[in-house]
Design a protein around this ligand. Sequence first.
Ligand code: ADP
Ligand code: MG
Length: 363
Amino acid sequence: MIKIEHLSKSFGNLEVLKEVSVDIKAGEVISIIGPSGTGKSTFLRCINLLDRPTGGSIRIDGVDILDPKADVPKIRQKMNMVFQSFNLFSHLSVMDNLTLGPIKLLEKSKQDAEHRAMELLKLVGLAEKAGSYPDELSGGQKQRVAIARCMAMEPKIILVDEPTSALDPTMVSEVLSVIRRLAKEGMTLLIVTHEMDFARDVSNRVLYMDEGVIYEEGTPAQIFDNPQKEKTRTFINRIRSFTYHIASPDYDLYALNAEIETFCEKQILPVKTRQNLISLVQVMLQLFNPILSTVLLDINLAYSEKKESLEVVFESTGEPKNMLDSNLLPDGLKLSIIQNVTQSIDYQRLNNKNRLTLILKQE
Ligand code: ADP
Ligand code: MG
C-alpha cells in the first residue's frame, strides 16, 4: 500500500534520514523504536509531508506523493498524524474539532460528519465530552480526542508519534488501549513509541532506528527476544558495561576496585549486590592469580536493566581450562563463596579463550 524508497532528509549539513526504505501493507501495525535524536519523528513528518524529504520516493497505492503536483492536503488526509502534543484546536469544541476536517476536506454534510464524530467519540470512550473544549479535558482525554479526529479523516494509515510521552503516567494506559483497539479493528498504523511492552504486543513488525537508518527490523519476538545486531541488543537490554584488562600479577587492585565502585554507583545497585560483586571479583582474582604472569584476563561487568541482572565475565587466554571446575579446584571454600553470590555459572571455550560468565544473585 505504501512504498518508501531511499528516503533522505537533511537539515543543512545535518543528515537526519539516510536512504530509509520500508514497505507497508494495509492492516499492518508497525512500531518504530530507537534512541532519541535518530530521526524517528522526522521520518513520520516526511511521510506526512510536514517536512519535505531531500531524496527518495514515497508512493501510496502507486501514486508518487513527492510529485510537485501532488495534492498535499489530500495526502495528509490519507496519512493522518497523531502528535505528542495533541495539537487540538483549543477554540473549538471536541465535536467541532472532529467535524471541521471532514466538512471542509471530505465535503461531508454537517449531519454526516457529526454522526461519524459521535461514533468515533464512542470508540475512544469520550461521547459525553462532545460539547467540551480541549482545556476542560485531561491529557489522556485530549490525546484520545486527537486520535478520534485523526480517524474522522478516514485515513489509510495513521502515523502516531510518541502518543504518551507528554502524558502523566496515570493516563498512559487509556491512550494505549485506544490505539490497541484501532490496531485490532484493522487500522494500518505506524507508531513511534518508547513503550516497549506496548510495541511488543500491538505490532506485527518492529523497526529499530538508529542514526537515520533502519538498523534492524523484525517481528516483535525477533527484535525484543533475539536482536541480532549490537546496537539493537544494547538498546533493548539497556546494557551498560565496562571492561578491565589485567596483563600481569602486578595489576592495580585499588584502581580495579574503584572502577567497580563507580560502576555500581552509576547503576544504583543495592549495597548488598555491591558487596557480593566485590567479594566475587576478589575470590576470582585469587584463583586467577597464579596464572596471571602467563595469561591475559579481561573482567567485564554488564548490567541489564531489562533483566535486572548483573553479569560478570572473566575471559582469559591460555590452554582450555575452566577455573571453576570443581574437579580442578582444590579449595572448596572459594567455590562455595562464589556459588553463594551467583545465580548461574557458565563456562565456554570461545575464540581460543576461556570464558566464565557469572550472573549475580538478585538481593
Ligand atoms: P527522534 O524523533 O528520533 O528523537 P528527530 O527526528 O526529532 O529524532 O530529530 C532527528 C535530528 O534532526 C535531531 O538531531 C534534531 O535536532 C534534528 N532536527 C529535527 N527537526 C529539525 C529541524 N526542523 N531543523 C533542524 N534540525 C532538525
Ligand atoms: Mg521524536
